[in-house]
Design a protein around this ligand. Sequence first.
Ligand SMILES: C[S@@+](CC[C@H](N)C(=O)[O-])C[C@H]1O[C@@H](n2cnc3c(N)ncnc32)[C@H](O)[C@@H]1O
Length: 297
Amino acid sequence: MRNRQFIPAIRYCDELAGSFLGCMNCILKRDEIKMLFCELSSTMLVEAIALIVALCVWKRLLSSIVFAFFMSRISKSHNSAIREQKMKLFSRLKAEAEKKSGREAFKVLEIGGGSGTNFEFFDGYSASAIEWTTTEPEKKHFSKYFNDNRSEFNNANFRIKSEMVACRAEDLDDFFDAYSFDAVVATLVFCSVQNPRIAISQIFRVLKPSGVFIFVDHVQAPKRTILRYTQNLLTESRLWPFFTQGCHLNRRAEDLRRLIQASADKVEVQVAKVKAFNAFMRLFQYHIFGVAFKDSP
Ligand SMILES: C[S@@+](CC[C@H](N)C(=O)[O-])C[C@H]1O[C@@H](n2cnc3c(N)ncnc32)[C@H](O)[C@@H]1O
């Protein structure tokens, strides 16, 4: 009974398919259309290959060079936008250095220091001796900008080690012993770090007991905002990380605070919407600013 109902429908589909195939056959018999079809597909193939080659060249050769160039410029405007908050954080570090004044230099390790953009916060610093070591996985591309800043801000009391150490935060144990630094600084680094949990445990490993960790990063916007949807879309599609050396627009302030809290004795954080210096910076207007102290012995 059921089969009988289906037979006309099957026949109709059969006829429809037959006439479609007939039509296609008739169209494709025309030589010009066949040619057009072949040309179109070969153009598309060439364009797809060109796009793949361009993306590979970008990833392998250009992205780090372009990123270092833009970061060395953007970081100056970014510093102006968050000057007040950074000044406050670095004044905490200076206060710790001054407590130590008179004995050996206060040793600071900066993670992912890039162009050395934080040196300007120590311009003319003379209160006590600070010895600054910078790590940077993209050392090859940042060296030029780092050396320029180094020669501008290095002085008898603020001694910047001349060589950057080419190292990721996750691999600090390849280069530094435990308890080697009085302070660690990381600005705009956790957005790019592949494994923040390992990076933070490495940071607290190299810190001396009672050492101070100062951090700043851009974080995800509040829930149900257009900015948050945009950040998620750009990051999860991998479009943003692809063009910005692995930067994530949607790392959560709370996750970072929790990870640091797990290793620290005391953490103070502030999450704030900062002034955007251009339309592009609106994408990362929300920032976390923090100071953490390692356990005393
Ligand atoms: C947005 S830039 C910030 C540079 C600089 N700290 C500043 O405040 O302008 C991010 C930096 O983190 C570095 N970076 C990326 N992945 C890292 C990792 N796993 N460990 C340490 N640094 C990393 C990048 O090479 C880059 O220099």
